[in-house]
Design a binder for this molecule. Sequence first.
Ligand SMILES: Nc1nc2c(c(=O)[nH]1)N[C@H]1C(S)=C(S)[C@@H](COP(=O)(O)O)O[C@H]1N2
Ligand SMILES: [Mo]
Length: 406
Amino acid sequence: MPAREALVERVHELTTDPDLPLHQHAYRSALRDERLAAFLGASLGVLFSVCFLTGLYSHLHQHPLSWLPVPSRPAGLYRITQGIHVAAGIASMPVLLAKLWVVWPRFVSLPAVKSATHLVERIGLFPLVAGGIFMVFSGIANVAQWYPWRFGFPAAHYWVAWVTIGALIAHLGAKWAIARQALRRPSRRPALAAADPVLGTVAEGSHPGLTRRGLLATVFGAAGALTIATVGQTVTPLRRLALLAPRDPAVGPQGRPVNRSAANAGVLHTATSANYRFVVEGKVRRPLSFTADELASMSAHHATLPISCVEGWSYSALWRGVRVRDLLVMAGARPGATARVESLEQGSPYSTSALNHAQAHDADTLLATHLNGERIGLDHGYPLRLIGPGRPGVNQTKWVTRLVVE
Ligand SMILES: Nc1nc2c(c(=O)[nH]1)N[C@H]1C(S)=C(S)[C@@H](COP(=O)(O)O)O[C@H]1N2
Ligand SMILES: [Mo]
């Protein structure tokens, strides 16, 4: 078969000509060794696992399971888990880039398949590498509120997380022994170098330029700098350093940030209309209905609670409002009741949110009329917004018009 022969010849040419990029020794560098690959891989494994667990916790808030109710306390818990989620995701960007740089000659190494195990391992690299890049890229783009895609971010970020973590566990299984060995031996590892013709074949010192230590310092320095330049969006004392954070927790209407304004949500008219009513309905003995003024005069309970956006910014404020649990009693709901709030906003996934039993009965779960002593502004949810302890920002529904008891 002449076509096949020509192809074989071409591959041979590509992989033996020292000037061509597929030549097997074109990527030799003292930095591309097992120890560095293992160290960067282990760091990335820790960062990705932290992101995965905190991400699952966030998912559980937004897609509740009746048999695994999320707690309403401590009030600042979600602020911490989500702050860590976003910070670990941002910090993993330079680590991921460095890891890919160190190991990428392997992706083009030949022979393409050495054994069945090698084939499985190689196929598994695709979901790992593509998934890892996707998770970090989509997460950071979401924090920057840049949506260069058509799919829904939360669902894609959630499902690809499972694929990536599965591939990570498989990769860990495949590399465990070699990585452990590489991390233990301090300097020369002739056994490893011999075992791996692609990586680790150039002795350190024979190559000028960056040392392993220098590379690690650069990578972790970059990760630290990115963290300091963004974490002030949630660790408020550091907010002046948060040069790369898209949100300043002290800037916005009433000195607090807003993602979706009343105008964007299309509620300018309905929220300010004299026809506005807040109603309590569903499984109740006495349905209730209030005007905006009635709500403001009933509102007597104070609570200091954070708004913790899934995007990683948060702020704490003093809220004044009507307790949801008092409304449940007034309406004659059964003691085990749960509830759902609905916004005047139409057709958004954030126009409704659920309160499980602990959340609905928490003394600080409020339908708020006041923010830091002032009537709540239109962009923060006038005339009424939900604010409860331990909840993600997306569940702190603004422009509330209905409480449906279940
Ligand atoms: N009806 C409605 N409520 C909403 C939203 C929304 O888009 N529509 N955004 C939520 C999100 S994502 C966050 S982080 C908080 C932000 O509250 P703030 O704008 O008052 O700071 O409101 C939440 N409540
Ligand atoms: Mo948010």
